[in-house]
Design a protein. Structure first.
Length: 264
């Protein structure tokens, strides 16, 4: 286990426990764009993680959800960049729903190399680094080999009306090919569930680099594949994400998405 991975695990766990202590208390909710919110917990977690990174890796760059950085500020040529989602699932957190997590990734040359996702409610630590496998609380994990018709698919619905309608069309097209659909409200957690075999795939039509970078490493090291909703390779600038247990599943989802997009 590299020093970077050890650091990310310890930092994510500490930040997650901070979130857990504030959960269902005065979270300091305030509006953040259209139908979105941010809390004091988001900023506290971000501040802690950023401080730890700067103290331990002063030459590394940081991109965090609450840091004010924009997607077009990502310099993929930098040697090392940390991507941080200090509280993925803020809407759940505000509502008192225990489905949220901390996501920390380290990228080099524009490619995520280390990924950690911590769910403080269940005490589940998902982590991976390139070419060393994916783990959940120290145990190796793998994607499911169950047929798609016997599997669950996770989905997120955008706050954007058109994208939500498109996802409903995707659901219609996939309805007869899968067992059921699930939506938990946390991109990082839902992708991690693909990695450990709980679901066969996850699709989000509106994502950000900080809530999927860690998941990308974990899913791929668990034997899965990732891409955008159109079936192209996922990159920092991708606006949609898919995590799947196989190339075949990714193809099924991307075809459904493209058909829904064409209809719209």
């Amino acid at each position: 286990m590299s020093d970077e991975l050890k650091f990310a695990i310890a930092t994510a766990q500490h930040a997650g426990e901070m979130l857990k202590k504030s959960f269902r208390k005065d979270v300091g909710e305030r509006p953040k764009g259209l139908r979105d919110v941010v809390t004091k917990a988001d900023f506290s977690s971000q501040k802690f993680i950023t401080g730890e990174i700067r103290r331990n890796f002063p030459k590394h760059d940081i991109l965090g959800e609450e840091s004010g950085a924009l997607k077009d500020e990502i310099d993929t040529g930098k040697s090392a960049k940390w991507l941080v989602d200090p509280l993925d699932g803020t809407v759940n957190y505000v509502a008192g729903i225990p489905a949220y997590c901390v996501s920390i990734a380290l990228a080099r040359g524009g490619e995520p190399k280390v990924g950690v996702i911590y769910d403080p409610t269940l005490g589940e630590m998902f982590y991976a680094e390139r070419n060393r496998g994916a783990y959940l609380n120290g145990k190796r994990i793998f994607v499911t080999e169950r047929p798609l018709r016997h599997s669950l698919i996770g989905m997120s619905f955008s706050k954007n009306f058109e994208k939500t309608m498109r996802m409903l069309d995707v659901v219609k097209k996939l309805q007869q090919q899968v067992r059921r659909f699930r939506s938990f409200g946390s991109t990082s957690l839902e992708a991690a569930y693909v990695a450990c075999g709980r679901t066969a795939a996850y699709v989000n039509p509106s994502s950000t680099p900080w809530d999927f970078a860690a998941a990308k490493v974990i899913v791929e090291e668990a034997g899965g594949v990732t891409g955008d909703a159109r079936g192209k390779p996922w990159q920092f600038g991708s606006t949609s994400v898919v995590a799947a247990n196989s190339k075949e599943t990714l193809s099924v989802i991307s075809k459904a998405f493209l058909a829904a997009e064409k209809k719209g």
